[in-house]
Design a protein. Structure first.
Ligand code: AHG
Ligand code: MN
Ligand code: MN
Length: 339
């Protein structure tokens, strides 16, 4: 089969971006390529999940008290490994690790970035062959180089992200990442084993027809959230409704679809979990960054996600995210001034 050499690979694209900035050190490009490599390794295991004895719980619970699947552990080790052995990352925070890790070796102590990630998102879906993902957020360290990174380097507001992205292990495997310059999507081409630029300059449509929420929790949501969901289900001369409800239960897949097609995704607080379920640092913030760069919005119901000043690596936040027009409409129901 002929390979189309006009398609740029992830490596070619990141190098090209670097060439456009003569002062760039290439550290971010390196870091993104390291993440791409780990993603390819995880992808191989995800593809084999139904075949090999990797299914099932690893007889552990993570610090959130949730079951850890073996692939979560594998993915965590792959992403941590490439970042530790690379030259761009001084330390990491992960859903699967209690505290942040400062790599603390001479090269890492002089590296510019810290990375926070959810190594495998939607892992409850592994056993049933439904798309899962990885989410990552990249920050520039705030403490001086030359020493191990500290808590201060990790607990930065989302607005300070330098880059953020996700991998979706789906009907094809894709890596999508954002910098302030734009959002670009790369599809893994199995014939050459490379991510190839397939979705340049992704923009989130201002309006869509999809709303994504766990309806089972409906009676645990606050009344204004219920009122908005109710609105999504009605035909209304303004909204052209009813909207279509889609909820996979892997936020990576739900948000990837909504980013491309337009839509709104909600994980509100509930009566039993008023702070919601999703983790600010490696679920809400990276997606808020990606969606904002693509033209959309993200809030916790009252304030912009990216403005939240974090107090803990694993803190949770309600999340409302998606197309700008739909977010504005929802704000009307929540009693917020539309943007
Ligand atoms: P994780 O597998 O990393 O714990 O994340 C699962 C998350 C998210 O991906 C998804 O949108 C949400 O949990 C689904 O939660 P509910 O089953 O409560 O709707
Ligand atoms: Mn997750
Ligand atoms: Mn996870």
């Amino acid at each position: 089969m002929m390979v189309n050499r006009n398609v740029r690979t992830l490596d070619e694209f990141t190098i090209q971006q670097m060439r456009d900035f003569p002062n760039a050190t290439g550290e971010l490009s390196n870091l993104l390529r390291d993440i791409g490599l780990a993603a390819k390794r995880v992808n191989v295991e995800v593809n084999k999940a139904g075949l090999v004895d990797i299914l099932g719980d690893a007889d552990m619970v993570n610090i959130q008290g949730e079951d850890v699947k073996k692939l979560d552990v594998y993915a965590n080790n792959q992403f941590m490994g490439v970042l530790k052995h690379g030259i761009s990352c001084a330390g990491i925070g992960s859903e699967e690790i209690d505290d942040f890790i400062a790599f603390d070796d001479p090269v890492s102590n002089n590296s510019k970035y810290v990375v926070m990630f959810d190594p495998l998102d939607g892992s409850g879906n592994i056993d049933v062959n439904v798309s899962i993902g990885t989410i990552f957020a990249v920050y520039r360290r705030v403490t001086p180089k030359g020493a191990p990174v500290t808590r201060e380097d990790f607990l930065q507001a989302g607005i300070r992200q330098v880059a953020a992205g996700y991998i979706v292990y789906g009907s094809s495997t894709m890596m999508v990442y954002a910098t302030r310059r734009g959002v670009n999507g790369f599809t893994l081409d199995p014939s050459i084993g490379e991510f190839s630029l397939s979705h340049p300059d992704i923009r989130c449509p201002d309006f869509g027809r999809i709303y994504s929420v766990n309806h089972g929790n409906f009676f645990r949501y606050e009344k204004p959230v219920q009122a908005y969901i109710d609105h999504c289900q009605r035909k209304d001369k303004h909204n052209g409704g009813p909207y279509t409800q889609r909820y996979i239960g892997s936020m990576v897949s739900d948000l990837h679809r909504n980013l491309i097609k337009g839509g709104i995704f909600m994980y509100p607080g509930t009566t039993d979990k008023p702070g919601g379920k999703l983790r600010l640092m490696y679920e809400c913030n990276p997606f808020a960054f990606i969606v904002e760069v693509a033209g959309g919005r993200a809030t916790d119901g009252t304030q912009r996600i990216l403005d939240i000043v974090p107090t803990g690596l694993h803190q949770r936040s309600p999340l409302f995210i998606g197309s700008r027009g739909m977010m504005d409409e929802m704000d009307g129901f929540l009693g917020n001034d539309p943007d």
